[in-house]
Design a protein around this ligand. Structure first.
Ligand code: PLP
Length: 451
């Protein structure tokens, strides 16, 4: 093991980090996290903070879940790897598929296809959507629709349906045939509509309009996050996703719920689709499926797709897609135990209760600090503050301002996630009421430091 000095000297030297400018990382070296327990992380200098980021929306059970750790260790001993490509499978992957279909029965889920993470899950869902229509004799249904502000990972397919140009422009040209409609984002939208129910209606009308313009018979699927996460935590009105489901049904379009962050309790319900009472055709999952302890994901598949693929007799239903690590036995074993632990701790209920405390605390902070332009949340432990220079112009706060809040909160004992002018909060779902209070007081200190 190298010394702490060696690690610090080489920080950001050889390692190009995701979502980071390499030169900026060299000029402002990132914090080196070396340990964690419970809901807290520790840096190389021994400074401990509550992790209000929850790893990256994935460490729902915190850092000390021994059952998941033991499942990983045990599986490494018995079968550390074997392929699940045609002809072989493994016991852990079989057990997990059974458990996932049982757990997500209310969402109408009947089958699971494994991946190595969220972007892989999105890519898989987009591909299966096209294949589904080909199997049904509608090969011209190739287009995808999605929401502006949505985040669907960074593969070319996912980036093409992403609704934030930050993840798009440097990598264009992207996949042709992807079109975006306005997000149900009350703080900023092209309709200047602040009422969530009316805005949901307008966005649904925009979807109908785009479908009519493109021609329904050319569209494979609509993909959306039940609550938009990385784009700044945008919860739509409760009427929105059911309206989308109805529009998709009426037009023969598949509905893909990107539940990479919302599945497994984050929203205070067991999935975002369940929160809104919708059965999607596919659900993309990853992240908390293993509590972030092992890279793993699953696309969960509903009745419509199951029937078409399994009923195919032409051979065209063969899934010529998958990853070396699809159904990785270590990930699958971790997920089997993680699901049990998730249920045992009833993290959805805790997310709902702590989320309500966090949301009202954030509203109190907004009443105190002028630079907080918008507070979003109210559904479990996902919330955001949008920071502006002043409320009238809504001009986004600059990077220096955001950094002051971030560093002050860090010194006060809380790790935040800054994304542009947004502070995004996605702590572990096992958070206590005291942890919520501590996050709020560190944020308060952060805004007070702006003077
Ligand atoms: C909704 C959503 N979809 C897809 C992804 C991509 O997942 P990954 O980073 O595991 O590839 C993310 C990641 O944050 C996400 O939030």
């Amino acid at each position: 093991m190298k010394t702490a000095n060696f690690i610090k000297e080489n920080n950001a030297r050889q390692f190009w980090q995701p979502m980071t400018h390499p030169a900026d990382a060299q000029a402002n070296p990132p914090k080196i996290i070396t340990g964690a327990s419970g809901v807290r992380i520790r840096d190389i200098d021994g400074h401990e903070t509550i992790d209000a980021v929850g790893g990256l929306w994935n460490v729902n059970l915190g850092y000390s879940n021994d059952a998941v750790k033991q499942a990983i260790a045990g599986q490494l001993d018995s079968l550390p790897y074997y392929s699940t490509f045609r002809g072989t499978t493994n016991d852990a992957a079989i057990e997990l598929a059974y458990d996932l279909c049982d757990f997500f029965a209310p969402e109408g889920i009947q089958r699971a296809f494994y991946t190595s993470g969220g972007s892989d899950s999105v890519e898989t869902a987009l591909r299966l959507a096209r294949q589904y229509h080909k199997l049904r004799g509608q090969p011209q249904r190739t287009k995808f629709l999605s929401l502006k502000k949505g985040y669907h990972g960074t593969h070319f397919g996912g980036a093409s349906v992403n609704g934030n140009n930050k993840f798009r422009t440097d990598y264009e040209p992207l996949l042709p045939g992807c079109f975006h409609i306005p997000a149900p984002y009350t703080y900023r939208n092209p309709f200047n509509e602040t009422d969530p129910a009316r805005l949901a209606q307008l966005c649904a009308q925009a979807l109908e309009d785009e479908i009519a313009f493109q021609g329904a018979e050319t569209i494979a699927a609509f993909i959306m996050e039940p609550i938009l996460g990385a784009g700044g935590v945008i919860p739509p009105h409760e009427s929105f996703m059911p309206m989308v489901r109805e529009i998709c049904d009426r037009n023969g379009i598949l509905l893909i719920a990107d539940e990479v962050i919302t599945a497994f309790g984050r929203t205070g319900a067991w999935s975002g689709s369940r929160l809104w009472g919708v059965q999607p055709d596919m659900m993309c999952t990853a992240k908390a499926i293993t509590n972030g302890y092992f890279p793993f994901g699953a696309v969960l598949i509903g009745a419509r797709m199951t029937e078409v693929f399994e009923g195919d007799t032409s051979g065209k239903g063969a899934i010529s897609h998958g990853y070396t690590y699809s159904g990785h036995p270590v990930g699958a074993a971790a997920a089997v135990v993680c699901l049990k632990e998730t249920l045992k701790a009833d993290v959805a209920s805790n997310a709902a209760a702590r989320g309500a405390e966090l949301y009202s605390g954030l509203q109190a902070l907004a009443a105190k600090h002028e630079m907080i332009g918008d507070v979003r949340g109210g559904h479990g432990l996902m919330a955001a503050l949008e920071v502006v220079t002043d409320r009238a112009s809504k001009a986004p706060a600059n990077a220096a301002t955001m950094n002051t809040v971030y560093e002050t909160a860090y010194r006060a004992g809380v790790m935040l996630r800054i994304s542009g002018p947004n502070i995004i909060l996605s702590p572990p779902l096992v958070l206590s009421a005291q942890d919520v209070a501590d996050i709020l007081s560190a944020l308060d200190a952060g805004f007070a430091a702006l003077g």
